[in-house]
Design a protein around this ligand. Structure first.
Ligand SMILES: Nc1ncnc2c1ncn2[C@@H]1O[C@H](COP(=O)(O)OP(=O)(O)OP(=O)(O)O)[C@@H](O)[C@H]1O
Ligand SMILES: N[C@@H](CCO)C(=O)O
Length: 306
C-alpha cells in the first residue's frame, strides 16, 4: 500500500467543499500503487478517487489530464476528473497537486485468464489507434539514456552487474525508433486496469504515458499480464492483432522488446528499493520478479513469435 501523505480531515473537507460532490461519508487509503497517494472517497453524490501527486508537479500534470479527458471522450474507460466550482481540474491538498476523479467500477485482476489477456491486448491497440487523434505526448522517458542513468546510480552484486551490463549493451544495438510510433501508456500493469467479470471497465494511471514505439507498450503490458505463460502471451498478441496487425519489423523486434520492457522495470524497482521514500504507508515492488523475467526473455529457446 502507498499513502505517502496522511489526509487531515479538515483539509479534506475544505478541498471537497470546492467540488459539487456533497458531504463526505467515508474515506480510506487505497491498497495499490507505489507512485502517488490515493484515497477512495464516498460522498452524498457518489464514489470518487482522490490522488495526491507525490512526484509530478502541477506544471507537469496538464498534458496527462488532457490525455485522460481526450481518451474518455473517445469512449475509453479512463478516469474523468471532477472540476472544482471554478472549472479547474487540479487542486492542492497538503501542498501536493490533488485530483478528484469519478471512481470507475470493477477491480484489478491478479490471476488473468487468456481471455483477460486477449481483452487487454485489444484495448491497448484501441488506445494506440485513438492516440493518433490526440495531441502528441512528450517522448517516453524510459529510453536508453534513462537506462544508463539509472544503471549508474545502482549498487549491485557482481552477477547482477554483469547481467545488467550485458543487457544494456544488447539493448543499445536495437533501434526502437524504426518501429511504428505513437501514444504509449507505458505502465499498463494489472493494477492499472479494472475488470467487472469479463468486461474491461477501467484503464488507469496515465502518468507514464508518452510517445514511443507501440511495441514497447505491448511488451510492458505482456510482461506483467502474461509473465512466462505462453498461452497468455499468445492471447494478448492475438487480441492486439484483431485491432492492428503487427508489422514485419515489429514481429522481428518482439523478443528484444520484451527484454527491454523487463529491464525497464527491473531498473526502476531496484532504484526504488535503493532509495526508499518516507511516508505513512509505503510499498515497493520486488525487483527480482523482473530480473527473473529478463533471464527468461533472454533464453533463446523461450523466445516468442508473433
Ligand atoms: N478512477 C478510479 N476508479 C477506480 N479505481 C481507481 C481510480 N483511480 C485509481 N484507482 C485505484 O487506485 C489504485 C492506485 O491508482 P494508481 O495506479 O493511479 O496509483 P499509482 O500510485 O500512480 O500507481 P502505480 O504504482 O501503478 O504508478 C488503482 O490500482 C485502482 O485500484
Ligand atoms: N508498475 C510499476 C510501478 C509503477 O510505475 C511496477 O510494477 O514496478
Amino acid at each position: 500500500m502507498s499513502a505517502y501523505t496522511a489526509l487531515c480531515p479538515t483539509a479534506l473537507q475544505a478541498f471537497l467543499a470546492d467540488h459539487a460532490v456533497g458531504a463526505l461519508l467515508d474515506s480510506r487509503p487505497i491498497h495499490d500503487g507505489v507512485e502517488n497517494s490515493n484515497y477512495r472517497l464516498r460522498t452524498e453524490r457518489g464514489e470518487y478517487v482522490l490522488t495526491l501527486f507525490e512526484s509530478l508537479t502541477a506544471a507537469e500534470l496538464p498534458p496527462y489530464l488532457a490525455l485522460m479527458t481526450g481518451l474518455a471522450e473517445q469512449g475509453l474507460p479512463c478516469p474523468r476528473a471532477v472540476p472544482d466550482r471554478n472549472g479547474r481540474l487540479l487542486g492542492e491538498l497538503h501542498g501536493k497537486p490533488a485530483l478528484l476523479a469519478a471512481r470507475l467500477p470493477g477491480a484489478g485482476v491478479t490471476d488473468p485468464a487468456p481471455h483477460h489477456c486477449r481483452v487487454i491486448g485489444a484495448a491497448l491497440a484501441v488506445v494506440h489507434g485513438v492516440g493518433r487523434q490526440l495531441p502528441a505526448m512528450p517522448a517516453n522517458r524510459c529510453d536508453g539514456a534513462w537506462r544508463r542513468s539509472i544503471a549508474a546510480q545502482l549498487r549491485l552484486p557482481r552477477d547482477c552487474a554483469a547481467l545488467l551490463a550485458d543487457e544494456l549493451a544488447f539493448q543499445d544495438k536495437q533501434n526502437p525508433s524504426a518501429l511504428p510510433q505513437g501514444l504509449v501508456h507505458g505502465d499498463l500493469f494489472r493494477d492499472n486496469v479494472l475488470f467487472e467479470g469479463d468486461r474491461l471497465t477501467g484503464l488507469l494511471d496515465w502518468y507514464e504515458a508518452g510517445s514511443g514505439a507501440w511495441l514497447y507498450d505491448v511488451a510492458v503490458t505482456a510482461n506483467d499480464w502474461c509473465g512466462e505463460d505462453p498461452d497468455r502471451l499468445r492471447a494478448l498478441l492475438d487480441g492486439y492483432a484483431t485491432i492492428r496487425r503487427f508489422t514485419d519489423a515489429e514481429q522481428d523486434a518482439l523478443p528484444a522488446m520484451l527484454r527491454a520492457a523487463a529491464l525497464r522495470f527491473w531498473l526502476s524497482r531496484l532504484l526504488a528499493r535503493q532509495t526508499p521514500r518516507s511516508g505513512e504507508l509505503v510499498q515497493t515492488k520486488d525487483p527480482e520478479e523482473f530480473k527473473r523475467l529478463l533471464l527468461h526473455r533472454r533464453d533463446r529457446d523461450a523466445a516468442p513469435a508473433i
